[in-house]
Design a protein around this ligand. Structure first.
Ligand code: UDP
Length: 139
């Protein structure tokens, strides 16, 4: 059964390009409620741990460098069918393949600097949300 929460990060490219406000507007207009949110700079250690699942993939080192290249916005979001609906809202990993109107289509430039993260399963949404937010920062 789908749970009603997902986890997102507005990535360093979108923050640096001034898209935080527009992306949050799209998220809220998409029917998501912000449960918790923070603006932070990731260390190599934290980004490496978050993306540990991709450790063996060729882009891992560059992904960690990119995710630590500037501040990000991390948030827990709530909506019915949150994980799937959020993946639809953000679009395909490669922005050139993302549908028109999706966040990656509008604000991302490349497959590595792709503006936003969205959890890919309910299980990962819970793991990722609690990686970034302690129990007293979410309800
Ligand atoms: N990524 C990359 N190069 C690739 C594939 C992925 O740099 O060829 C990065 C990209 O930032 C992506 C992240 O690794 O968002 C995680 O990849 P995944 O396949 O899980 O895509 P997502 O779930 O973010 O759409």
């Amino acid at each position: 059964m789908a749970t009603n929460r997902t986890f997102t990060m507005i990535k360093p490219d979108a923050v640096a390009n001034g898209h935080i406000g527009a992306i949050l507007n799209d998220i809220i207009a998409g029917g998501f409620k912000i449960i918790a949110m923070k603006y932070i700079q990731l260390s190599k250690e934290t980004a490496g741990a978050f993306y540990a699942v991709h450790k063996e993939r060729p882009f891992y080192g560059e992904l960690v460098d990119f995710m630590t290249s500037g501040p990000i916005v991390a948030a827990i979001l709530e909506k019915d069918n949150a994980v799937e609906d959020f993946r639809t809202l953000i679009g395909a990993t490669d922005p050139s393949k993302a549908e028109a109107g999706t966040i990656r289509n509008k604000y991302a430039k490349s497959i590595d600097a792709n503006a936003i993260h969205g959890s890919d399963s309910d299980e990962n949404a819970a793991i990722e949300g609690s990686f970034f937010f302690s129990h007293f920062e979410r309800f």
